[in-house]
Design a protein around this ligand. Structure first.
Ligand code: GLP
Length: 236
């Protein structure tokens, strides 16, 4: 594992964008696993600039996102589909039909999970998976639990996650209590993993995840078993 500490969110974002751009340059038809949350916003802005400058071509790239809130469709401005369209896909030359986000409005989220896993498998898996980390150690929406879940599945969000994500909604009561998330299999089978985290409040959970025991109670700790993980952290 490579743990890179930088002194600003701006540098973290540029480094992360450089690593993703390098992946696309090396393999133009790669599969990128993408994340939401506030952490990747700067990375996505840098990727948009690289694309506008003609330095990276996303036209052959396929993307698969980690997760989506249950019950929110892509027209809802709090959905992760909307987030991705607004913050990245509309700003780069990726083909919209090659961008995938789990469908949080599917009648049956279990079948949607199976469909999503088959889709990822049919693409040959993920070349580079971008991750953030929740304050409770969640990756995607894999919350602390007694076991790791392999497949894309429905989850009940942890109260601390609802609390943390309430900043994006009008009120805490508007935060969905359920979501659908890629499971650990697709994440761990990604050839490379890039985890970005910023803010002093992420320091403790990073320490637990990467220096503590591997346990489903700290979902990100499973990444200790992956052979190609880069973490970029900025306290500011
Ligand atoms: C959400 C997302 C995660 C993300 C996490 C951290 O819960 N489902 O994928 O990593 O938020 O978000 P932030 O980067 O805003 O701290």
């Amino acid at each position: 594992m490579k743990f890179i500490t930088t002194d600003s969110y701006d540098k973290l974002s540029r480094m992360a964008a450089d690593l993703i751009a390098a992946q696309v340059i090396i393999k133009p038809d790669c599969v990128l696993g993408l994340a939401t949350g506030s952490s990747p916003l700067g990375t996505y802005a840098n990727l948009a600039k690289k694309c506008a400058d003609g330095d990276v071509d996303f036209s052959h790239v396929t993307s698969v996102n980690l997760d989506e809130y249950a019950g929110l469709d892509g027209t809802n401005d709090q959905s992760y589909r909307y987030f991705m369209d607004t913050n990245l896909f509309s700003k780069i030359n990726i083909c919209p039909e090659k961008t995938h986000v789990p469908n949080g409005c599917a009648d049956d989220l279990a079948s949607e999970g199976a469909r999503y896993d088959e889709l990822i498998a049919s693409l040959g898996g993920i070349d580079l998976q971008l991750l953030g980390i929740g304050l409770d150690g969640h990756i995607g929406f894999n919350e602390p639990d007694e076991f790791f879940t392999k497949e894309t599945h429905e989850v009940e969000l942890d109260p601390s996650t609802i609390e943390a994500n309430a900043r994006f909604f009008a009120s805490k009561d508007d935060v969905p209590t359920k979501a659908i998330t890629m499971g650990m299999m697709s994440i761990m089978q990604a050839k490379k993993i890039l985890l970005i985290a910023n803010g002093a409040n992420k320091k403790d959970i990073l320490d637990k995840a990467f220096n503590g025991p591997i346990t489903p109670m700290v979902p990100a700790s499973i990444l200790q078993l992956h052979s190609d993980v880069t973490v970029i952290y900025s306290e500011n």
